[in-house]
Design a protein around this ligand. Structure first.
Ligand SMILES: NC(=O)c1ccc[n+]([C@@H]2O[C@H](COP(=O)([O-])OP(=O)(O)OC[C@H]3O[C@@H](n4cnc5c(N)ncnc54)[C@H](O)[C@@H]3O)[C@@H](O)[C@H]2O)c1
Length: 275
């Protein structure tokens, strides 16, 4: 899977794109607005796809495997590779003829002390959660410039704002993603491209369930105890977020009411970072 880095995404030509802006700046009569969502098979990504589809978007649902059961139009890509990210953007433009919203959500976790942290895992986490948002936005940029109301949303984390031990790569990637968001917001401002980071606390998804299971096994304690003592400890409100709560926020940022936000790292963390 090789894709030349021409930067010339289809649909980037405002005049010829089927998604060209209507004269009044509203969404084009040529079709529904289009969104690309990564990590679509996961807990948060699936909920985001459902929310954006319900809001009237054509959605390219990108994950490692193209699962036809996913909400939206499924597409398989390895987002730790340059070619995989470009292929995903190109597929959205081929299928929909336009691209208005990019949600960089795919993620993974690896917990280990710094001295034992495997370099390959460090690299993979950085590739997926910092470099992938950059590559997606870079490839999509001409199409986003052509869109009447574009948005790039990176699902960062409370760990984009504060750290926890054992999570060096995750914390570094999520902090870096917020820096990337701020830089892209400044470049996007003149083109009406809003760029924001959403920073959730712990959400009830497979990514978190894996962590709780590992902590419970490590400490020889029940799952519920590991959840309460370890993961919920930083939350002021002692519960997990639901994927739908993150998805609704992404939906808000993708719609007309969210246009005042750009360059922001938006906490949705049940009081974690209020401390
Ligand atoms: N769950 C939480 O508590 C929580 C909290 C804050 C932030 N986040 C962030 O939210 C995002 C979604 O997390 P989630 O909890 O839904 O996780 P999840 O494990 O349920 O889903 C992650 C998805 O990313 C996909 N993915 C992983 N590597 C990939 C690759 N190389 N190419 C393509 N797809 C790949 C996986 O297949 C999976 O479907 C992540 O960026 C995560 O860091 C999660």
């Amino acid at each position: 899977m090789t894709t030349p880095d021409t930067g010339a995404a289809a649909g980037g030509d405002r005049a010829s794109s089927t998604g060209a802006a209507a004269a009044d700046g509203s969404a084009s009569a040529a079709g529904a607005p289009a969104a690309l969502v990564t990590g679509a098979a996961g807990g948060i990504g699936r909920a985001i796809c459902e929310r954006l589809a319900a809001d009237g978007f054509d959605v390219l649902a990108v994950d490692r495997a193209a699962d036809p059961a996913l909400p939206g139009s499924p597409f398989a890509a390895d987002l730790t590779t340059e070619a995989g990210n470009y292929a995903a953007v190109d597929a959205a433009l081929e299928r929909f003829g336009r691209l208005d919203v990019v949600v960089a959500n795919a993620g993974m976790q690896h917990v280990a002390p710094l001295a034992e942290f495997p370099f390959e895992r460090w690299q993979a986490l950085l590739d997926l959660m910092l470099t992938s948002p950059f590559l997606l936005a870079k490839r999509a940029w001409p199409a986003l410039v052509a869109s009447p109301r574009a948005a790039v949303i990176v699902v960062s984390s409370a760990h984009g704002l504060v750290a926890s031990p054992g999570k060096s790569a995750y914390v570094a990637a999520k902090h870096g993603a917020i820096g990337l968001v701020r830089a892209m917001a400044l470049e996007g401002a003149e083109h009406e491209i809003a760029v924001n980071a959403v920073c959730p606390g712990y959400v009830g998804t497979p990514l978190v369930e894996r962590q709780v299971r590992e902590l419970a096994a490590r400490d020889g304690i029940p799952y519920e105890q590991a959840l309460e003592q370890q993961l919920l400890a930083p939350h002021a409100v002692k519960r997990l977020l639901e994927p739908r709560e993150v998805a609704d926020f992404v939906g808000f940022l993708s719609g007309p009411s969210g246009r005042g936000f750009t360059g922001a790292a938006l906490s949705l963390d049940l009081g974690w970072t209020a401390r």
